[in-house]
Design a protein around this ligand. Structure first.
Ligand SMILES: [Zn+2]
Length: 373
């Protein structure tokens, strides 16, 4: 949504002037005369005339991804997203007076889930795949993280979930420097991302992956949807030292770190949930009731048309089946329903990874940093 209390925080993303005024068609910059339009639920605050070398896949393939990511309806914070969200809440300790920036918000799901606990939640992203609920409850801006449209010290807190792994180093530096700029002194930032480091317990974690591969080979499910989602991960920060140095370059001081060694998580994601989705996705709607469909008979011609699960190309079949399964699970996900409690239990099982192994250095990390006073 577009709210008036956002306007005092804004600056021109093109010339950095704070001399902005509101007109019917949008925000006007008195210095460089650019106009930033009020769109459907957000303000278009992309810098004008900028020519950036790097553009995220989410921006270039926005229309295509919109189909697949199924972004308009938000589920409650469960499973991996639930673990991230609960860690975010625990580490950030929201205050009712907080002004918070979800920098690179995507659908803005974490912004939606946490907006009730703070004074003002703002979501920012160059791609506008915002969920309906985000448009209704979060102040949204279409913006580039290399030239944020916010004045210095505008926010008490900022967070970056699943962001840094998408960027090359120079973009990471610009992203962190801009985030540091818009934080007030003493303000906090939380990032969740991944390096290329392996967990010390990776051999044990891999047992779940192996079990998952057996199911793939048996044709029960595949990982095409996951492959698509992770398709533009660069992981330019390769080691934990790289991460610390990047935050140091931005003048941000580490306060707390939790690693995510995904022992229970991998079992849930590669076996437990995939089995559940495979069952749900194969059911057919008949007269409003779900019935299991007949198992598919193996057909060589069909294999020629559809890539096998072993290729890296996403199979449209698998993606459609999973989206169908997720829609079905979602339709029964009212808080308080049995499915909700079952998935919450699975979420807590995944979170056990943070409580038991959070101290053990590995690739996935939550880092809380502070802008020095
Ligand atoms: Zn301007």
């Amino acid at each position: 949504m577009i709210t008036r209390d956002l306007f005092p925080l804004l600056q021109c993303p093109t010339c950095r002037s704070r001399d902005l005024y509101v007109a019917a068609d949008g925000l006007h910059c008195a210095s460089c005369a650019n106009i930033y339009g009020f769109e459907d639920g957000y303000i278009d605050l992309m810098p004008r005339g900028a020519d950036y070398g790097y553009v995220s896949k989410y921006v270039t393939d926005e229309a295509e991804l919109a189909e697949e990511l199924d972004y308009r309806d938000l589920a409650p914070p469960l499973l991996a997203a639930g673990v991230r969200d609960r860690a975010l809440r625990r580490m950030m300790r929201w205050q009712p007076s907080d002004r918070v920036l979800d920098n690179g918000c995507g659908t803005a799901k974490h912004a939606v889930w946490n907006a009730p606990y703070v004074a003002r939640m703002v979501g920012s992203d160059p791609a506008t795949l915002f969920a309906d609920e985000a448009v209704a409850t979060v102040a949204l801006t279409k913006a580039d993280s290399r030239s944020l449209p916010f004045a210095e010290g505008s926010f008490d807190k900022a967070f970056a979930i699943d962001i840094l792994e998408h960027f090359p180093i120079d973009v990471i530096d610009d992203y962190l420097a801009e985030t540091a700029r818009v934080l007030r002194p003493g303000g906090l930032m939380l990032a969740f991302s991944n390096t290329r480091e392996m967990s010390p317990i990776q051999p044990v974690i891999n047992l779940s992956r192996r079990l998952g591969r057996l199911f793939v080979r048996a044709g029960v499910y595949d990982f095409s949807r996951e492959a698509r989602r992770k398709s533009d991960h660069l992981k330019a920060l390769e080691t934990w030292e790289d991460v610390l140095e990047a935050f140091e370059r931005a003048g941000l001081r580490p306060v707390r770190v939790i690693f995510w060694n995904s022992l229970f998580t991998t079992f849930v994601e590669h076996v437990l949930m995939k089995l559940g989705e495979a069952v749900m996705g194969r059911m057919k709607d008949e007269g409003g009731r779900m019935k299991p469909s007949k198992p598919k008979i193996h057909d060589d011609n069909a294999d020629a048309l559809h890539p096998s699960p072993f290729t890296l190309h996403p199979s449209p079949d698998g993606i459609a089946r999973e989206i169908r399964a997720r829609r079905r699970i979602r339709s029964q996900l009212r808080p308080g329903s049995p499915v909700y409690y079952a998935l919450m239990a699975v979420t807590l099982l995944m979170e056990l990874d943070l409580w038991l192994f959070g101290w053990m250095r590995c690739g996935s990390y939550f880092i809380l940093v502070e802008k020095p006073r």
